[in-house]
Design a protein around this ligand. Sequence first.
Ligand SMILES: Cc1cc2nc3c(=O)[nH]c(=O)nc-3n(C[C@H](O)[C@H](O)[C@H](O)COP(=O)(O)OP(=O)(O)OC[C@H]3O[C@@H](n4cnc5c(N)ncnc54)[C@H](O)[C@@H]3O)c2cc1C
Length: 568
Amino acid sequence: MEEITQHDLLIIGGGAAGLRAAIAAAEVNPDLKIGIVSKVYPTRSHTVSAEGGLAAAIKDYDSLDQHAYDTIKGSDFLADQDAVEYFVQHAKEEIMQMEHWGCPWSREKDGTLAVRAFGGMSVKRTIFAADKTGFYMIHTLFERTLKHENIKRYDEWYATKITTDQHGVTGVIAMQMKTGKLHAFSAKAIIVCTGGAGRMYRFTTNGGIKTGDGMYLAYVAGASLKDMEFIQFHPTALARNGVLITEAARGEGGYLINKDGERFLKNYLPEKMELGPRDMISRAIMSEIRAGRGFKSPYGNYIHLDLRHLGDQLIKEKLPLVREIAMEFAGIDPAKEPIPVTPAQHYTMGGIDVNLDMETSVPGLYAAGETNCISINGANRLGSNSLTDCLVFGKVAGEKAAQEISKKTSKTTAQMKTALEDEEKNIARLLEQKGSESVPAIRMTMEETMDQNAGIYRDQKALEDGLNTLLELQQKLQHVQLKDKSKIFNTELINCLELKSMLTLGEATIRCAMARKESRGSHTRSDFPDRDDKNFMIHHVVTKKDNAMSLTNAPVTITRWQPEVRKY
Ligand SMILES: Cc1cc2nc3c(=O)[nH]c(=O)nc-3n(C[C@H](O)[C@H](O)[C@H](O)COP(=O)(O)OP(=O)(O)OC[C@H]3O[C@@H](n4cnc5c(N)ncnc54)[C@H](O)[C@@H]3O)c2cc1C
């Protein structure tokens, strides 16, 4: 490889958003040199584990306005409504595009696309491919990228830095994990598609790779993070280990039952029952458990997800992965026994602040997918909007970046060489340094702190304590000693870099949560139980200033839907 590899466009991340962006850019300009840097082989991105489906108003009984309203209401009126309107308008064409690229969506008996119910959606509008939607989508997208010869992949390369000069981005420094060698890639534009940061928490449905690296890299490069206090907890993860049991299980008719055999949601969401939004159902489950109506177990108390009445045939046909997970990870056949479930961290609503063109405030730096915050999710995402979000806004990012690049001349590479040398020194120092701290110990304390102090319920004291712990852990990380000194697939080194990202993002989460003295969507302050539109119809924006976190506000864009009491 040349010392500096030249690309026009570099995409960090090979999940749904990254692959969709790459295809869009390649279609705009087949001569662009496009690179995808991904720390895992693209088809192992977290997208592959998405189960339930993706939303779009495709049926005659549905409408774009209804999808927009449901999304905005779901967001507890914190979504930016111009972004939501764009999203719903372009959702259907993306579903059709995927169909034409060969994605095997499930069908109704008459051959039309099948849809299922999902929480907080007023009608059935979630398109799916059994309960392995993400699996089929990522393979469809991956295959499509192979058609474009101008897309080059760097699989199992870990991006450690986004480089900039006074005009904007200049490139990316990344490590080839199998050799441990760092390399500089120059680029005229960069799209960050690195997914969420759920691994800040211990009890999470997120894959081990979801460590928020891109949010951190963009933040260090000068971009802002937005709405970091909003973390989604999914109501139904397997009680023992947090593996997701998709909302499709309730969409197909599953019940939530407490230890008294009661469908307790009748006391919380009598109209919506199991199809209420995630924030409300998660709180209802926690209330039942706290009131002693959960099942006790040494690994935490839980409630039951009962699918028995759906029958063996429907479960096998529409929920094969739920069945497989229940059998493999809990030894339970869901046609015969209820599944023990409890809420777990699931989605990062906040992320890199972008405008409707997916641009950050750093020229040439874009972001799409779970890693960005446009925001269509506001304070609470509706299940099945995200996969569509990756397609709709991944495409926008790819197109906009490709169009802007054609106006640019090539960048100087002298500054990239210095950046590469600096990064080589940083990594060498990390590998050699002596110290008393260990990566796993710091990570475990961080996860416990986030679970306990910044979980479903928060208050000032818990948040302050949590912040102090994270700041201490950031100090400890400076004195870490790595046991593994090898260059080849040094996962301890990678874990250490990921930990640095998460400690910063955890700090942002807690600082925003402390500032938001109200309860809205997924953010429940026991000390401020009501929504406060007068003071908090705002986004929180976090920026790096003089090596510290600066917190400011930004207005919420309202187009046609005024905030109202959020009742289901
Ligand atoms: C279990 C589960 C089920 C879900 N089910 C649904 C569903 O049914 N419907 C729905 O709408 N949403 C669902 N979601 C949410 C949705 O799947 C995700 O939000 C979405 O897939 C994220 O896609 P992405 O492209 O943004 O990121 P990801 O798919 O997470 O990909 C991130 C990419 O970034 C790369 N990367 C990260 N850091 C680095 C680095 N430092 N250097 C290089 N590369 C890096 C990774 O290699 C990876 O390729 C689910 C989520 C989970 C966890």
